[in-house]
Ligand binder design. Structure first.
Ligand code: ZN
Length: 456
């Protein structure tokens, strides 16, 4: 009661009433019904729970890196009440049976609600996509240039195609072939947007961070976005650009949106807070694909976010073991954790941009729209799930490895100082975290797109 609640009409002093895990009303100060549990939020912000549309649980497949338990503990502590997991776990989520097994595994461990993305392979069929949709996939992910190990059922970043175990990566032909199916299913295609031919042309040993940037130039991102956007415009399929990293890529996305392409864009906190200048401080912790680029790219992305071309901030939470990351730039795996610092870093960025409440649009309202969940999640309004985050605007938090609940403790935002503290997090009315520690048991549910195309 009594907090500053972010409602669809803007922030205002109000009480949020909850019954059965659902918000029943958002009113001016009222008396609580007798016997109701009351949370005093005077002087605090009440925000909608974040929805991180880009996480890697590593589960099943890599329990030493992460699993649904540690992933969602970190999510809950950071105010993320829904995560959507990428399909490059092992076995990969390329058919309905794999999705169903993964959902069953997550159900017993997840502390927040979860959804699952499905994988596009170069050999995927319309029937497989329809089966995945019927099993509850939120959409499809294509890793351009990533091969597939047939024996291990695993997506691989290398593509030595003389190996008979490796299936060719999905290419623009695959996307064009399957786009009408995705359009008619009403589900989005997500792409890892780096053009493989351009990456191949610039491949080199990675001795310095300059080598790494030169090996994955921004035109690889821009070319992939433009090519996939043409397919989306022609087919009516919704295209979502994962982890946008460059000013050039942003320009390609803006041009496609201006041309009427059904396209949305996410970027990640690490591209908004970190640049190549930080490599001497962060080392391989900041190795990821696409790479964290220059301060010019960083400024352009912040501008794209505040101008709304980039609607969504997601994390690409991709932990590895600290031992794997403590390697050379060449050998260290790409990716770092981030789910726990999503809300905090976005609140701090939004505050510095002069509009704290924008953070909730980036991490909650716009992601709900992408997922087709915008009648249930992403806002504080009657009929919506009571996914609520209580934030102290007078608190202070410095991101430190010892506060992190992921198995990999070091992230690219280490050292970030935010003028906020995340006090409490509620999932459908249940307390799931307080003061950065989890509460209660694993009660996360799988979220679905309730209505497939045709019904909308
Ligand atoms: Zn990713």
């Amino acid at each position: 009661m009594g907090g500053t609640v972010l409602t669809p009409q803007g922030p205002r002093e109000a009480d949020v009433h909850v019954a059965g895990g659902v918000i029943t009303s958002v009113e001016g100060a009222q008396r609580a019904s007798p016997g109701a549990a009351v949370v005093d939020a005077h002087g605090l912000y009440v925000l909608p729970g974040a929805i991180d549309v880009h996480v890697h649980s590593r589960d099943p497949g890599f329990p030493d890196k992460e699993d649904f338990g540690t992933l969602t503990a970190a999510a809950a502590a950071g105010g993320v009440t829904t995560v959507v997991d990428m399909p490059n776990t092992v076995p990969a989520v390329d058919v309905a049976g794999a999705l169903e097994s993964k959902a069953a595994l997550a159900r017993g461990k997840a502390r927040v609600d979860f959804g699952l993305w499905a994988l596009i392979r170069s050999t995927s069929t319309t029937e497989e996509l329809e089966g995945l949709a019927a099993a509850g996939a939120m959409g499809f992910k294509a890793y351009l240039g990533y091969a597939f190990s047939l024996s291990r059922k695993q997506v691989l970043s290398s593509a030595a195609l003389d190996d008979p175990d490796l299936e060719a990566p999905p290419d623009y032909g695959t996307l064009a072939r399957l786009a009408p199916t995705m359009a008619s299913l009403g589900l989005p295609l997500l792409i890892h947007a780096e053009d493989p031919a351009i990456l191949a042309a610039f491949r080199r040993p990675l001795e310095t961070y300059t080598d790494l940037l030169a090996s994955r130039p921004p035109e690889a991102e821009a070319v992939a976005i433009s090519a996939a956007a043409a397919i989306a415009k022609q087919s009516g399929m919704h295209l979502h650009i994962a982890h946008l990293s460059s000013a050039l890529g942003l320009g390609a996305a803006e041009a496609a949106i201006a041309a009427g392409t059904p396209l949305s864009v996410e970027t990640c906190p690490q591209y908004l807070w970190v640049s190549d200048q930080d490599f001497s401080r962060l080392g391989t912790t900041m190795k990821m694909f696409p790479p964290i680029r220059t301060s010019n790219d960083r400024s352009a992305l912040i501008q794209g976010l505040t101008a709304s071309a980039i609607a969504i901030v997601a994390t690409d939470h991709a932990p590895h073991t600290d031992r794997e990351k403590a390697s050379t730039l060449e050998a260290a795996p790409a990716g770092s954790p981030g789910v726990q610092t999503l809300y905090l870093s976005c609140l701090e960025l939004a505050r510095r941009q002069g509009d704290v409440w924008a953070a909730a649009r980036w991490v909650s309202e716009a992601p709900a729209r992408l997922l087709g969940l915008d009648q249930r999640k992403g806002r504080i309004a009657p009929g919506f799930d009571a996914d609520l985050v209580i934030v102290d605007p007078k608190g202070k938090t410095v991101v430190r490895p010892e506060l992190m609940l992921s198995l990999q403790r070091h992230g690219a935002l280490d050292g970030l100082a935010a003028e906020f503290a995340i006090n409490e997090v509620y999932l459908r009315g249940m307390l799931v975290a307080r003061g950065g520690r989890t509460r209660g048991k694993a009660a996360g549910r799988m979220v679905h797109v309730d209505t497939l195309a045709g019904a909308t």
